[in-house]
Design a protein around this ligand. Structure first.
Ligand code: NAP
Length: 399
């Protein structure tokens, strides 16, 4: 019998036949989402036989929701995600025209999914601009609700901008008259919950370090405090299982402990290129994480294969990180890699790592055999591209 996933005493309780929600997605959603479901079902069955099975339940958002219900995001959709705890989505179009906010951003905000998680690691055979792309294996935890996402801006010359400039004058802060004004709030609780999730992940996944990525040398009380709050939290809540890089430098023992370190954001970009194997879990405020996630994904072959998830403690929404690629919609052509790897994150999230690993191997083998969709075929060169459905069959045959 299928059943709901529940959250009890700080943990997910996952039945053997859990209901998992999916949003098909607009554009190429019709191609990649069914392929993902077919592969996941085959992998789960191969691993667990009849013992475990996902009961997929479709929920509506985007153009499909608009056609059926006249709304791009029905109220019921976030409510169901909250109720069922785990969901996965294809890409959604941001409707063009006044008054529409991105459905993706709305879902994150309505559900307070405060962490955007992007694992970035190399799959052998994927074309990459790096000499040794396999050296990069990081998981980026990006704060999803504050910083520039909660930014307040006023245009140059507006009464609001001018009155803030006047107010600042009374605090002995001079701003060029007529300047545009932007404010980015970052709170202790907002930073701490993100960093806490990153440290917990590092501990439970036997990761070596958590790096706090910030621009605190310039923005002392936002980015700088993100770093300070992070170190304080690690010492206060995880003091017995973490140790700082500085303490290790002074001779502290680090065996079995997660090392907490920090890097200034610009240096972090260099480090990921020059010394990628020294980094593991990264925790970053919103804007740094935005840049860093895509730059890191490029090192291992680009966004086409980059998975992602948006989480809070008790709810997770996994997603394809690319858009709806409307010109390819319904052509059975594009790469389902991003939503598929996001589904593997989802399997790990519910504790079905064995199935995730089996499917990961099968994807890797298909790519090594050059059985790939057009985007990878074009980069590898001299390879006949497979359709989305053929790529799915190739993966399933490797299970
Ligand atoms: P896009 O849909 O990501 O497509 C840009 C290009 O990326 C495509 O033309 C294609 O490149 C490549 N691509 C994307 N997905 C691919 C896949 N699965 N397999 C192979 N190649 C893939 O970006 P966009 O054209 O800027 O955005 C289109 C719509 O998507 C917009 O409405 C935007 O708002 C929305 N969007 C949604 C999300 C989301 O839901 N998370 C994210 C981003 C954008 P080639 O043309 O070179 O083959």
């Amino acid at each position: 019998m299928s059943d709901k996933i529940i959250y009890k005493d700080g943990k997910l309780v996952v039945p053997d036949k859990p209901v998992i929600l999916y949003i098909e997605g607009d554009g190429i959603g019709v191609d990649i989402t069914p392929a993902m479901i077919e592969i996941i079902d085959a992998g789960v069955e191969k691993e667990y036989g009849q013992g475990r099975k996902i009961e997929w339940k479709e929920i509506l958002a985007g153009e499909k929701a608009f056609k059926q219900l006249g709304l791009y995001l029905p109220d019921e959709t976030p409510k169901l995600i909250e109720e069922y705890r785990v969901a996965i989505k294809g890409p959604l179009t941001t409707p063009i025209g006044g008054g529409f906010r991105s459905i993706n951003v709305t879902l994150r905000q309505v559900l307070d999914l405060y962490a955007c998680i992007r694992p970035v690691s190399y799959i052998k055979g994927v074309p990459s601009p790096m000499k040794e792309p396999e050296k990069l294996d990081v998981v980026i935890f990006r704060e999803n609700t504050e910083d520039v996402y909660a930014g307040i801006e006023f245009p140059a010359g507006s009464p609001e901008a001018n009155s803030i400039i006047e107010l600042l004058k009374t605090m002995k802060k001079n701003v060029t008259p007529g300047a545009s004004i932007g404010i980015k709030p970052m709170s202790k609780q907002g930073s701490e919950r993100l960093i806490r999730m990153a440290i917990r992940y590092a501990i439970s996944h036997n990761r070596k370090s958590v790096t706090l990525v910030h621009k605190g040398n310039i923005m002392k009380y936002t980015e700088g405090y993100f770093k300070t709050w992070g170190y304080e939290l690690a010492a206060r809540e995880f003091g017995d299982v973490t140790v700082t890089e500085d303490a290790v430098g002074e001779g502290a023992r680090s065996e079995g402990k997660v090392i907490i370190k920090d890097r200034i954001a610009d240096s972090m970009f260099q480090q990921l290129l020059l010394r990628p194997d020294e980094y593991d879990v990264l925790a970053t405020p919103n804007l740094n994480g935005d840049y860093l996630s895509d730059a890191a994904a490029a090192q291992v072959g680009g966004l086409g294969m980059a998975p992602g998830g948006n989480l809070r403690d008790d709810v997770a929404l996994f997603e394809a990180t690319h858009g709806t690629a409307p010109k390819y919609a319904g052509q059975d052509k594009v790469n389902p890699g991003s939503i598929l790897l996001s589904a593997l994150m989802m399997l790990e999230h519910i504790g079905w790592e064995e199935a995730a690993n089996r499917i990961k191997y099968a994807i890797g083998k298909a790519i090594l055999d050059k059985k790939v969709t057009y985007d990878l075929a074009r980069q590898i060169g001299n390879v006949e591209p497979l359709k989305t459905s053929e790529f799915a069959k190739a993966i399933i045959s490797n299970l």
